[in-house]
Write a protein that binds this ligand. Structure first.
Ligand SMILES: C[S@@+](CC[C@H](N)C(=O)[O-])C[C@H]1O[C@@H](n2cnc3c(N)ncnc32)[C@H](O)[C@@H]1O
Length: 415
């Protein structure tokens, strides 16, 4: 299947069935599937502006299948700058093949022709894609209208691809080296075709996601538990830094990805499939020197990479997730040596999944303390430091060089 009809399947799955993009079975492969995915992501990242362009041409909201065709056509015309004649005839052709859009093909034709000629101005004037109301409400008090706007602007742009090098001296032509050590690609090449990929010299990992492991300091020779490990970006960092790593995850299929990643990079870790709460550690060697807890979370920090999330999630999972995070912190502390370090992190924008978890853990555990992180020691900026001693990153952090995923991280010392 070609990219455009495949992109339509993706858009219908997200916007009609409320399905996560990554879970949609796509009848396309290779380059066409990759292009379909990029098209769907671009539509979702710009949905508000695209709908604002379409609205004046419709008397009432079109049926969703028709609306998605118009959205796809509008993005091809106004964002991707594709040839108007080709786009309109292709989208109309797709409309004609579907029973639920066939009747509207004449209307689709007329609207897209008009948008091709006059739509650019309305698109340029439209504000960036809004945060979903539940997320806006949760953040507004903390970061204000300006902070929200900065996040929305950052999320409306396609993010760069960041790589973590296995060895610090690895460089890649065309990649920028960020002060934190990540390599950043502004174009979107086929990763598996890049020099060094097959030899496992790097892996894809957002610059923000590469920081939590650094909060553990020098892990060479230490026994480190990666408690929620899959797909394994942080496991590989730990192994590359010389730690004796145990990587645990509840999901067998996801842990297989850790295994594949380790095989490609030539790194080693002990893999354990299972529930973190059942893990008591190997009895013969006792508690771990350090633990990384990259807890399951709302993933609201990754919306720029996964713009489907706001259309699929409604915030109702946040409360159960915060309970799980709290229990995981408590359990992790039982597996840690006295004096050992626990790094807690989430790719969430929400303080309840970050800062609040740390301050609440300090109240629950006598003698537990935060090892205050100096962001400048990691190549970051002073304003990354949050009052309780952790680091807070937003999608708008370093926006001028492409931003980074929203993340929270803090290092805790057990008494
Ligand atoms: C944020 S992801 C971890 C990402 C990973 N650390 C990385 O850098 O690639 C959270 C992981 O927690 C796992 N998980 C969720 N509940 C768990 C539990 N009770 N025990 C162990 N793993 C769990 C999920 O399967 C998921 O892979």
């Amino acid at each position: 299947m070609k990219a455009r009809p495949a992109a339509l399947i993706l858009l219908n799955a997200v916007l009609r069935e409320r399905q996560i993009l990554g879970q949609v079975d796509l009848p396309a492969e290779g380059a066409e599937a990759a292009r379909a995915n990029r098209l769907a992501l671009t539509v979702l990242r710009n949905l508000g502006a695209v709908d604002a362009v379409i609205k004046p041409y419709t008397t009432r909201k079109p049926q969703i299948g028709v609306h998605n065709l118009l959205r796809l056509g509008t993005v091809e015309l106004l964002v991707n700058g594709q040839d108007a004649h080709g786009v309109v005839s292709d989208i109309v052709g797709i409309a004609k093949t579907q029973p639920h859009t066939r009747k509207a093909s004449g209307m689709v034709n007329a609207i897209l022709r008009k948008i091709a000629v006059e739509g650019a101005e309305a698109f340029a004037k439209a504000p960036p894609q809004r945060l979903p109301p539940w997320l806006d409400k949760a953040l507004r008090k903390r970061i204000g209208a300006e902070g929200i706007k900065a996040i929305e602007l950052a999320q409306s742009k396609a993010p760069p691809i960041d790589l973590t090098p296995r060895d610090a001296d690895f460089t890649l032509e065309g990649a920028d080296v960020l002060p934190t050590g990540s390599l950043r690609l502004r174009n979107h090449p086929q990763i598996s075709a890049l020099p060094g990929f097959a030899e496992g010299k790097f892996w894809v990992q957002d610059a923000a996601a590469a920081l939590p492991v650094k909060l553990l300091g020098d892990v060479r020779g230490k026994r480190v538990l990666d408690l929620c490990a899959a797909p394994g970006g942080k496991t590989m960092q730990l192994a590359a830094a010389g730690a004796d790593v145990t990587a645990l995850d509840i999901s067998g299929p996801r842990l297989r990805r850790v295994s594949e990643n380790l095989a490609r990079t030539g790194l080693t870790a002990t893999l354990v499939t299972g529930d973190a709460f059942q893990h008591t550690g190997p009895e013969d060697v006792g508690p771990y020197d350090a633990i990384l807890l990259d807890a399951p979370c709302s993933a609201t920090g990754t919306i720029r990479r996964h713009p489907d999330l706001p259309f699929v999630k409604d915030g109702s999972e946040v409360e159960p997730l915060t309970k799980l995070q709290m229990q995981l912190i408590d359990h992790a502390l039982t597996l840690l040596k006295p004096g050992g370090t626990l790094v807690y992190c989430t790719c969430s924008l929400l303080p309840v999944e970050g800062e609040f978890q740390v301050t609440a853990a300090l109240k629950r555990h006598d003698g537990l303390s935060v090892i205050a992180t100096d962001p400048t020691a990691l190549g970051g900026d002073t304003d990354w430091a949050s009052p309780e001693g952790g680091l807070r990153l937003w999608p708008s952090t370093w926006a001028d060089v492409g931003g980074m995923d929203g993340f929270y991280m803090a290092a805790l010392r057990r008494a």
